[in-house]
Design a protein around this ligand. Structure first.
Ligand SMILES: Cc1cc2nc3c(=O)[nH]c(=O)nc-3n(C[C@H](O)[C@H](O)[C@H](O)COP(=O)(O)OP(=O)(O)OC[C@H]3O[C@@H](n4cnc5c(N)ncnc54)[C@H](O)[C@@H]3O)c2cc1C
Length: 425
């Protein structure tokens, strides 16, 4: 803000500077974060620990956050909803100003966020981590009403979609077919559908062993495919049939009343329970703010996560599209720290830090059968590109290794405990 001083006041400027009044340049930087999930909660938590002089505000409509990770274990009967639900009390206790409201608009020109409740928030730097939206209608017949019959369970919100799927499995007669519709890349959590298939299979094996799973996939291959398929055979025999896109696996239409999933070449699969995981985009606030391109995702500088379309707004988590990095909670958490450090550095006129990002995605094939994939990514100096570090990362070893699988399941539990504690604890 510019203040116009009278001439006499300007002449006395040296005396004014000598007095210990706070100057505008010394005011605490205002960091506003939209979305209190994996990216946003990690960002505010890191900001409070690392930059005590920065004012940190979090805008999140929900008072409780249900994690997607371990949601599949809820479906398999290995977790209860309360075990994957978190409040924002811990962040508040650490000094984060938590506002439970929905961001309704962003004015990048004047650096202001408008909330649905009418309040406005001025920021020096904005971090946006609003997650994904479902592309309703991308599969013909799949709208909000259809999702109440054929749940997606891909945006947990209050957990009701995940619980609906679980209740449908409980109500299903033994011998029924559980159908999956799985989208093309990119989408939230590349191994997520296959972990879900595994957990549904585990539930069926225990409670409805004559049932089958039909997994209709728009893709021709998937994350940790060999490891998943080894585990499926070992644990579930021939219960799971996976149909790739090049063998008519792409679901293009659903009929919730008839319980039908229809594929590209017109094959109609009647199923007892359907889990439709539809195509996705960045959440609506990112699109309405004009940050997404025609892919529906937000291109960002790969070093600072600043949106290509707006200075001062850093977009992290699943809403962005930084090259080959997967849309995972781990990546949202890792990159949130780089985004905060870059935002503060840029606000102070400093150079953002160098970066390397790593990702580990664990999946449960059975309750005591874990597998994983590790990737390491490095952005280039000016943030125009990002690439996987050559010869880095990899997947769990294949073979008949029961102790390795048991250990990896416990590593997954430890990962979940530590990431949620670092976000909300
Ligand atoms: C079944 C399943 C299993 C998964 N398992 C794993 C796993 O094992 N490991 C892993 O690393 N990842 C996993 N993931 C992926 C992980 O959940 C996501 O990558 C992660 O949640 C992305 O973080 P985010 O911050 O972008 O979005 P989210 O965590 O979804 O958070 C977005 C938040 O923004 C809020 N929001 C939205 N719009 C607004 C607005 N206008 N104003 C204010 N707030 C808003 C929402 O309410 C929400 O709380 C899994 C995903 C699924 C579906």
């Amino acid at each position: 803000m510019t203040t116009h001083l009278p001439r006499r006041a300007l002449l006395g400027a040296a005396a004014v500077l000598a007095t210990p009044v706070p100057l505008r340049a010394q005011a605490a930087a205002r960091l506003v974060v939209i979305g209190g999930g994996f990216g946003g909660a990690s960002a505010v938590s890191f900001a409070r620990r690392t930059y005590p002089d920065v004012q940190v505000t979090l805008v999140e409509p929900q008072t409780r956050f249900v994690t997607c990770p371990y949601g599949n274990l809820l479906i398999g009967g290995e977790r209860q909803l309360a075990q994957i639900t978190y409040t924002y009390d811990g962040l508040r206790a650490r000094g984060v100003n938590v506002i439970h409201d929905r961001a309704a608009g962003i004015d990048a020109a004047v650096k202001r966020v408008r909330l649905a409740g009418g309040q406005t928030l001025d920021y020096d730097r904005l971090i946006l981590s609003p997650g994904i939206a479902i592309r309703w209608g991308a599969i013909e017949g799949y709208d909000q009403a259809a999702a109440e019959v054929m749940p997606h369970g891909w945006i947990p919100a209050d957990g009701s979609q995940t619980l609906l799927l679980r209740r449908q499995l409980e109500a299903m007669a033994d011998g029924g077919v559980v159908g999956f519709a799985i989208p093309a890349n990119p989408f939230r959590c590349p191994p997520g559908p296959y972990e879900r298939i595994s957990m549904v299979a585990q539930y069926l094996k225990r409670h409805k062993p004559r049932s089958k799973i039909l997994a209709l996939d728009a893709k021709e291959g998937f994350s940790k495919q060999g490891l998943f398929q080894d585990g499926w055979r070992a644990l579930y025999g021939d219960m799971i049939e996976w149909v790739p896109g090049n063998r008519d696996g792409r679901v293009v239409k659903v009929d919730p009343r008839e319980g039908v999933l229809e594929t590209e070449f017109g094959t109609r699969h009647k199923v007892a329970v359907a889990n439709v995981i539809p195509p996705q985009s960045a959440a609506s606030i990112a699109i309405e703010a004009g940050l997404a391109n025609d892919t529906g995702w937000v291109p960002v500088n790969t070093r600072t996560f600043e949106a290509r379309a707006a200075q001062g707004i850093h977009v992290i988590g699943d809403a962005n599209i930084p090259g080959p990095m997967p849309k995972s909670g781990f990546i949202a958490n890792t990159t949130s720290k780089q985004a905060v450090a870059s935002a503060i550095a840029l606000h102070r006129g400093q150079t953002p830090p160098e970066a390397v990002y790593f990702n580990t995605c664990y999946s449960h094939v059975g309750a005591e059968y874990g597998i994983s994939v590790v990737n390491i990514f490095r952005p280039n100096a000016d943030g125009t590109a990002i690439a996987e570090v050559p010869n880095s990362g990899g997947v769990s070893p294949r073979g008949d290794l029961p102790e390795q699988r048991r250990l990896e399941a416990t590593y997954a539990d430890a990962w979940y405990d530590s990431i949620t504690r670092s976000m909300f604890g």
